[in-house]
Design a protein around this ligand. Structure first.
Ligand SMILES: NC(=O)c1ccc[n+]([C@@H]2O[C@H](COP(=O)([O-])OP(=O)(O)OC[C@H]3O[C@@H](n4cnc5c(N)ncnc54)[C@H](OP(=O)(O)O)[C@@H]3O)[C@@H](O)[C@H]2O)c1
Length: 281
């Protein structure tokens, strides 16, 4: 299938598709099949993480696919327990060995873990790994403005990406504006709210979906795109993978966008993971 997903250019020049593929819980042989299916269907941006224990699965799917490596954009993430400079470098190398890849397109700090206060060291390791050609583009996940400010002040290097929890119950307006102002592209994790029933059966979303002859998932994913964020939905089903890519033949009105954004809840996080205090292992 021809890849027709529009692209966005990061602040370091790397072009990313406007929608990617999440891989959390895709492990083992079934995981390889699901990721291979996603690549064949047309996904080019793949998410993964050291802590998902599936970098090997992603690498295997990439090798089994007929898509040249340079057309794929592969992401992994540095876990919280390896933020010290030397451990971060070793972990990036280990991530590459696990996937059997020469380089990652994107490598992100998974969580800031501000209580440990080592994320600037971790960032310096990513900066150096990029210089050495192990990574093409470096970014962060779950970083609040105060964390990004420190990276900029202490290293002068602005992340290309900030991957954050973002779905209609937690729409992150201020963080999105902050990222945009600083030239940082936002990626939305759990973009479908992990298939939260309250979201998937929401009457307002259903009404908008019927107007556009689309599914609720497609409406939500299109909302992310029009907010300027890259959603990375995970699906193990080829049918739903295809559905989640069919987002570029319709447009939500300003009224639709507003009706979705007002579903936001102050405590709308799925698992109460506040980056100011959450400690990722
Ligand atoms: N940086 C971070 O801290 C962080 C945290 C969490 C997640 N992530 C990344 O973000 C990715 C996406 O988030 P997520 O996996 O938590 O949640 P999600 O993508 O919001 O939701 C995944 C769930 O939705 C279902 N689904 C997918 N497409 C659907 C459709 N069209 N209709 C109905 N159900 C559908 C999937 O089921 P089926 O598989 O059965 O289709 C699965 O149960 C992860 O996989 C991971 O790569 C990053």
């Amino acid at each position: 299938m021809k890849n027709t997903i529009p692209e966005v250019i990061l602040n370091d020049g790397l072009a990313l598709p406007r929608v990617g593929f999440g891989t959390y819980t895709l492990n083992g042989a079934a995981g390889v099949q699901a990721i291979l299916s996603a690549i064949n269907i047309g996904y080019r941006l793949l998410d993964s993480a050291f802590n998902y224990e599936n970098e090997g699965v992603v690498g295997e799917a990439v090798r089994r696919s007929f898509i040249p490596r340079e057309q794929l954009l592969i992401t992994s993430k540095l876990p919280g327990r390896h933020h010290s400079y030397n451990e971060a470098i070793t972990t990036i190398q280990e991530s590459l060995y696990r996937a059997n890849l020469d380089y990652y397109d994107l490598y992100l700090i998974h969580w800031p873990n501000p209580i440990k206060n080592l994320y600037v060291e971790a960032w310096q390791a990513l900066i150096d790994a990029k210089k050495w050609g192990l990574i093409r583009s470096i970014g962060v996940c779950n970083f609040l403005p105060e964390h990004i400010e420190r990276l900029i002040q202490e290293t002068g290097v602005i992340p290309s990406i900030n991957q954050i929890e973002l779905h209609p119950f937690f729409s992150q307006k201020e963080q999105l504006i902050y990222n945009q102002k600083h030239g940082i592209v936002t990626e939305s994790w759990s973009p479908l709210g992990r298939k939260n029933t309250l979201l998937m059966e929401n009457k307002e979303l259903l009404r908008i979906a019927e107007t556009h002859h689309k599914s609720i998932s497609q409406i939500i994913l299109r909302w992310h795109i029009q907010l300027g964020s890259i959603p990375i939905p995970k699906s193990s089903s080829p049918k739903r993978q295809l559905e989640n890519l069919a987002l570029f033949d319709f447009t939500l009105s300003e009224q639709d966008m507003m009706m979705i954004s007002i579903l936001n809840q102050e405590n709308g996080r799925l698992a109460n993971q506040n980056p100011a205090s959450y400690e990722e292992f």
